[in-house]
Design a protein around this ligand. Structure first.
Ligand code: MN
Length: 482
């Protein structure tokens, strides 16, 4: 697949002018890069784990990552906001922004097998029978969260039948000294857990905190079941990911991560979990959910604990960009003239999909709407626009709807379909899908939808045309003296 924007430099290792290699293979090298380029705020030590870390991180969201040494006199270090900008994500992989989706599509189709090592930084320190709150500086984020949550943990499990791994992020409530409550949505982790539970077995789990940017992004790929997302991580950077075998299980985890929690989903066990502030900017409700018993924690020396503030940009974008890539590849199989897709920030990078299409046939946009709504259950509203609309600018998309769309003719509505359970307007996830065909009819006369344009505006060089050392007085005096 030769996706638009893919540079073809797959596997090339670039060195920046300042000597930093890129892509950045682990969290530390990326944090150093952010620090060297003025994008890392080091906060005074002793910030409170409860709310204060999240409050400061939210204030810096999208502008700077934040580092919190010794929170609450814990001797650990917390970081947040490390991938809270689309351009940063591209940069962390050694790419330009426009190359990000193309690279992601390429990596999803051409995963790269990991390479196993035995001497791993993530196993430098071993805590047996650990108390989670002692070993890990775990923040409490939003006002009504039930307590401290691990939010940036890559949860690794194996298919009990095929042995293939799955990697995904789940919210993990600290429920006791060695217990975590987990929300499993109806995808791969749940499928594997149900297989084990049907046989009366616990399911081994590893939770990786402080993995590199590629593993974080890859964990959000909408990959087929039995596709190990760690292989997508390798393909994203063009280098096989270094993994190590867990101490208590057959699971393989990123060797250069900061922490690895090893434990088991307890078969047949459910306990209350939630509420928790989620990406739609509402609380996910409290209910009986799966329970993980923690057996041991390994870490680097002086490890860095990554936390993602629920509902912040890092949360939204980490889910959004891999989804865009998967959806774009999916749609292009049947609609090769789809130019671009975007999950908008206002749609919490999940619910609103904008599609840019070079329309060739009347009615094509409606078929595209149906395909897009089926691409992922989270997608609720789809807007299809023509090539001249910048889908990364929500004002432009609104303009296209305002001037190219008629509800009685251009709207597609499907009631009673499966949506996001976290959308509070649905009935436990059941809701309506809506599509907007905001494309211009192919038969329209050219002037009817001709976008206004001032000739030469694009080429104006303001620095060259604006007088610097003058003021209005001088202009008026000059005119008066004529
Ligand atoms: Mn998966």
């Amino acid at each position: 697949m030769n996706a638009e924007g893919y540079s073809g430099d797959h596997g090339k290792h670039l060195i920046d002018a300042d000597g930093s290699p890129r892509p950045f293979q682990d969290l530390r090298s990326w944090l150093l890069r952010l620090d060297q380029t003025g994008r890392l705020a080091v906060i005074r030590s002793g910030a409170k784990l409860k709310f204060e870390i999240a409050a400061i991180a939210n204030c810096l969201d999208g502008r700077k990552a934040s580092v919190f040494p010794q929170p609450d006199s814990h001797d650990g270090i917390v970081v947040s906001g490390v991938l809270s900008d689309r351009r940063w994500m591209a940069e962390a992989l050694g790419l330009e922004s426009g190359e990000l989706l193309g690279r992601f599509i390429h990596a999803s189709i051409n995963p790269m097998r990991w390479v196993e090592v035995t001497d791993a930084p993530c196993q430098q320190t071993v805590h047996r029978d650990p108390d989670l709150a002692d070993v890990l500086p775990i923040p409490t984020h939003n006002e009504h969260d039930s307590g401290a949550y691990i939010t940036a943990g890559l949860l690794v499990v194996r298919n009990p039948r095929s042995g293939k791994q799955n990697v995904s992020i789940h919210r993990l409530q600290v429920s006791g000294r060695n217990l975590l409550g987990a929300l499993l949505l109806p995808r791969h982790t749940l499928a594997f857990q149900e297989m084990a539970e049907a046989d009366g077995q616990d399911l081994d789990v590893a939770i990786v905190i402080g993995a590199g940017p590629a593993a974080l992004l890859a964990s959000q790929a909408i990959a087929p079941i039995d596709q190990d997302e760690l292989e997508i991580a390798g393909a994203l950077t063009g280098t096989p990911l270094r993994v190590v075998k867990c101490m208590n299980s057959e699971l393989r985890v990123p060797a250069d991560a900061e922490f690895v929690i090893e434990g088991r989903f307890l078969a047949g066990m459910r306990e209350p979990e939630g509420p928790f502030g989620e990406f739609p900017q509402y609380y996910g409700e409290r209910a009986n959910r799966h329970v993980i018993k923690v057996d041991l924690i390994t870490s680097r020396r002086a490890p860095v604990f990554h936390t993602i503030v629920g509902g912040g940009l890092e949360h939204l974008l980490l889910g959004g960009i891999p989804r865009e890539a998967t959806i774009l590849a999916d749609l292009r199989r049947n609609f090769p003239d789809v130019r671009d897709v975007h999950l908008s920030l206002g749609g919490v990078c999940r619910y609103h999909l904008y599609v840019r299409l070079k329309k060739r046939f009347e009615g094509e946009a409606k078929n595209l709407i149906m395909a897009a709504l089926a691409a992922h259950y989270d997608i609720k509203h789809v807007v299809v626009v023509d090539e001249d609309v910048n889908i990364y600018n929500p004002t432009e998309v609104e303009w296209a709807v305002a001037t190219r769309f008629q509800a009685d003719r251009d709207m597609v509505m499907i009631p009673g379909s499966l949506g996001s359970k976290l959308d509070p307007s649905t009935d436990d996830g059941i809701g309506a899908k809506l599509g907007f065909d905001a494309t211009v009819p192919l038969a329209a006369s050219p002037m009817r939808f001709k976008r206004i344009c001032v000739p030469g505006q694009q080429e104006v060089d303001l620095d060259a045309v604006i007088l610097r050392e003058t003021c209005l007085d001088a202009v008026l005096n000059e005119a008066a003296s004529q």
